[in-house]
Ligand binder design. Structure first.
Ligand SMILES: Nc1ncnc2c1ncn2[C@@H]1O[C@H](COP(=O)(O)OP(=O)(O)OP(=O)(O)O)[C@@H](O)[C@H]1O
Length: 266
């Protein structure tokens, strides 16, 4: 569904992204994890068509991305600046659909998306009447209501407390599986990247380049306590942490060796 090839981005003389290539298949949830300031958001913005890469290509369904594609939605970290305070929750969710659907259909789509994120009762409220976690759920509902082919998320749970973060992670996994959505999510949280995803793309420090592309072979049914306690989760988390600490090209080879050693030990 998504193919990124040899993507480079420079801000003036500063190189933010260097020669990044990867693909995402339909129905996958892929996390991009990298050190603070390495260029994660820049990479995501290039994929979203929000900024034009200095070189390289981004293709969605085989078509080059040159502006924000119609069937792509983005959820940002800062929910407080993403929602219109003067519009009701339902109207916020409907807003991106206003040029595409009639009023009745828009409202039905918005209510369905709000139900999916557990906010069916909050449709008539205003964003400022909701908690931070609820506001971020509204942002997710707004993205889902568009039924995007690809959902991009930039640190979507970084501004909420730990308990709410766990709830939102489970909500995302449930909705993603129910709707068969394709998701590319940026995070700096190693545990979150492993817990959420089918694959983790590990980035180097600035300029961002791909250090490893790790499959996450955890069972599809995940639980915040038992999954995080499992030996496989702990091993995967350790591998990602090692890659982030020593982002030399040989680190990926090291991980292949660690994986082999772990498997032969079990
Ligand atoms: N519009 C811009 N103009 C100039 N430099 C920029 C711009 N946006 C980002 N940068 C620089 O590019 C580099 C990568 O920034 P980016 O925001 O992509 O990193 P990040 O990994 O998402 O950071 P964080 O983990 O802090 O969210 C940084 O050095 C940043 O200062």
């Amino acid at each position: 569904m998504l193919e990124v090839q040899h993507l480079d981005h420079r801000f003036g003389g500063h190189q933010a992204v260097r020669d990044v290539s990867f693909t995402v298949d339909a129905g996958q949830l892929v996390c991009i994890v990298g050190p603070s300031g390495c260029g994660k958001s820049t990479l995501l913005r290039c994929v979203a068509g929000l900024i034009r890469p200095s070189s390289g290509t981004v293709q969605l369904h085989g078509d080059p991305v040159t502006g924000v594609p119609e069937d792509l939605a983005v959820v940002f970290q800062d929910y407080s600046r993403s929602l219109f305070p003067w519009l009701s929750v339902a109207s916020n969710v409907e807003f991106p659909l206003r040029s595409r659907l009639r009023r009745r259909e828009r409202r039905a789509r918005a209510l369905e998306a709000l139900e999916a994120v557990g906010l069916g009762d909050a449709a008539r409220k205003f964003p400022w009447q909701l908690s931070g976690g609820m506001q971020q759920r509204v942002s997710i509902a707004r993205a889902l209501a568009r039924r995007p082919a690809l959902l991009l998320m930039d640190e979507p749970f970084a501004s909420v407390d730990a308990q709410t973060r766990f709830e939102l992670e489970d909500l995302l996994r449930r909705v993603q599986r129910e709707q068969g959505s394709t998701v590319l999510l940026v995070t700096h949280d190693i545990d979150e990247s492993v817990y959420l995803s089918d694959r983790v793309l590990v980035l180097s420090s600035s300029p961002a380049s791909i250090v490893a592309d790790l499959p996450v072979d955890l069972p599809a049914e995940r639980d915040q306590i038992t999954t995080r306690e499992s030996a496989r989760f702990v091993a995967l988390r350790g591998n990602v942490a090692r890659l982030l600490r020593s982002p030399a090209p040989e680190a990926a080879a090291d991980v292949a060796e660690w994986e082999l050693a772990e498997r032969s030990a079990t």
